[in-house]
Design a binder for this molecule. Sequence first.
Ligand SMILES: N[C@@H](CCC(=O)N[C@@H](CS)C(=O)NCC(=O)O)C(=O)O
Length: 206
Amino acid sequence: MLKFFYSNGSSAVAAHILLEEVAASYEAIKVSIPNGDHLAPKFLRINPKGRIPVLLTPQSTITENPAILEYIAATHKDGATLPLGPDAQAQARSLAAYLCATAHVAFAHNHRGRRWAEQDASVKDMQSNVARNLTDCARFLEQEIDEGPWALGRTYTYCDPYLFLMARWMAVVGLSITAFPKLSAHHDAMLARASTQKVLDIHGLS
Ligand SMILES: N[C@@H](CCC(=O)N[C@@H](CS)C(=O)NCC(=O)O)C(=O)O
């Protein structure tokens, strides 16, 4: 059985929603980031990066949201949440990579500035640019969503819970996604799904 390591409200929300969406059989194991559980030797043996989420499969340990999401999609419901064909798959990877390496990092500057800088002024400077950088991300993502209702078109894919997570994080830093109609409609479509509601409940986010 799959083992999924998560912390409430973390980026694990995305893969957690996908696990529910595809009715995966998995054990959810809570590793509290606020309590520092992710830095305990026991967890570092599982993921030496000290980051959440992690998915343990019968064969390997998968870290990094895009890889975890793609694995879940590829191994459930006959790949129904995995885009079909090399072009669509590359588009999905491209979007997931952007969410991981650009949008997630832009958000992390809000509360993880010490990863990149030591001086208080540098950390504050990064923090003060978070809303601007995430607004740029929102503008880009709004263009990326083509016809909708889902991130990559008419079919729900593994990118959808990831895009939903970013929209929620934009709200955390005070951005209103209502200025971005497609992003906003996508957020509402995600909220209407039982898988999303269940995971928001588990994470104490409803
Ligand atoms: N690129 C990684 C980022 C993972 C990451 O930074 N996770 C955060 C939670 S959202 C974390 O574990 N933070 C703990 C820390 O920075 O100490 C991924 O996509 O999985």
